[in-house]
Design a protein around this ligand. Structure first.
Ligand code: SF4
Ligand code: F3S
Ligand code: FES
Length: 249
C-alpha cells in the first residue's frame, strides 16, 4: 500500500510544472560576428524532454531559434547537442534527468550554420569514405544471403548506430584533427568488417589502416560515454585495430 502511495506521489511530482532556465548559445551568421548566449525561462513538467523545452522557447518566446529534430523518439539521430557539457539527444533526455538549469550548445568539431544547427556534411563525407554498404559480387539467386545467428551477433552492436554524430563530436582527437575519420565512421566500418557476408574486408581494413583511420584514436572513451544507443564505440575501434594487426586477409 505504502509502495503504491509512493508511486502515485512520484507520478504526481512528474506532472507538477517547474521553472526551467535555459542558457542557449546563439549564432546567426546574417547578423552576428561571433556566438553569444541568450537566456530563457519556461514552465515545463519534469517528464518533458529537452527538445520540448527548445520547442517551447521557439513557439512561445523566440521563433528565430534554430535546431534540428525529426522523430522526437531517439531514432533519427538529428538532435544531438551539448547539454550541460555532455553530448546528448534532446528528445530522449527528460528535465528530470538533466535538471532545471540547462546550458545548451551546438556539438563541437563541426561548423555551426545557425544556433544549434551544425554542418553535418564533413561527418557524412567521413561516413561515405568507409563504404558503409554490403559488398558481395556473388549472385544470391532466389534466396537471401544466409548467415548463422553467431555470425550475425558478431556485429550486432554496431548495427544500432543512428548517425547522430554525438560520438565523433565529443572526441578530442576529432576536434583537433580534421584528417581523423572519427568514431562514427569506424563504427560503421566495423559493422561491415565483421559481417561474414561481406567480401571487401581487406579493402575496408586498408581504409582503417590509413593515417585518417583507427590509429588516430587515443582511447579517450568520450565517444562511448556519448553514444545514445549504448554502442561500445571504443571497443569496436579496438576490434578493428586488432583485426588490422592480427587477421588481415
Ligand atoms: Fe551516434 Fe552512437 Fe552512432 Fe556515434 S555510434 S553516431 S553516438 S549512434
Ligand atoms: Fe576519440 Fe573515442 Fe578514441 S573519444 S580518442 S574515438 S576512444
Ligand atoms: Fe530524432 Fe531526437 S529527434 S533522435
Amino acid at each position: 500500500m505504502e509502495t503504491a502511495e509512493a508511486g502515485a506521489q512520484a507520478q504526481d511530482a512528474m506532472m507538477q510544472e517547474v521553472e526551467v532556465h535555459l542558457r542557449i548559445k546563439r549564432f546567426d551568421p546574417d547578423v552576428d560576428k561571433r556566438p553569444h548566449w541568450e537566456e530563457y525561462f519556461v514552465k515545463l513538467k519534469p517528464s518533458d524532454t529537452v527538445l520540448t523545452a527548445l520547442h517551447t522557447v521557439k513557439w512561445t518566446i523566440d521563433g528565430t531559434l534554430s535546431f534540428r529534430r525529426s522523430c522526437a523518439h531517439g531514432v533519427c539521430g538529428s538532435d544531438a547537442m551539448m547539454i550541460n557539457g555532455v553530448n546528448r539527444l534532446g528528445c530522449v533526455n527528460l528535465i528530470s534527468d538533466v535538471g532545471t538549469s540547462l546550458v545548451i550548445e551546438p556539438v563541437r568539431g563541426l561548423p555551426v550554420i545557425k544556433d544549434l544547427v551544425v554542418d553535418m556534411e564533413p561527418f557524412f563525407a567521413q561516413y561515405r569514405s568507409v563504404m558503409p554498404y554490403l559488398i558481395n559480387a556473388d549472385d544470391p539467386g532466389y534466396t537471401e544471403r544466409r548467415q548463422s545467428p553467431e555470425d550475425r551477433a558478431r556485429f550486432d552492436d554496431t548495427t544500432k548506430c543512428i548517425l547522430c554524430g554525438a560520438c565523433s563530436t565529443s572526441c578530442p582527437v576529432y576536434w583537433a584533427n580534421d584528417q581523423y575519420v572519427g568514431p562514427a565512421a569506424i563504427v560503421n566500418a566495423h559493422r561491415f568488417i565483421f559481417d561474414s557476408r561481406d567480401q571487401a574486408r581487406a579493402e575496408r581494413l586498408e581504409i582503417m589502416n590509413q593515417k585518417s583511420g583507427v590509429w588516430r584514436c587515443r582511447t579517450a572513451f568520450n565517444c562511448t560515454d556519448a553514444c545514445p544507443r549504448g554502442i561500445k564505440v571504443t571497443e569496436a575501434i579496438e576490434e578493428v585495430k586488432r583485426a588490422i594487426l592480427y587477421d588481415r586477409s
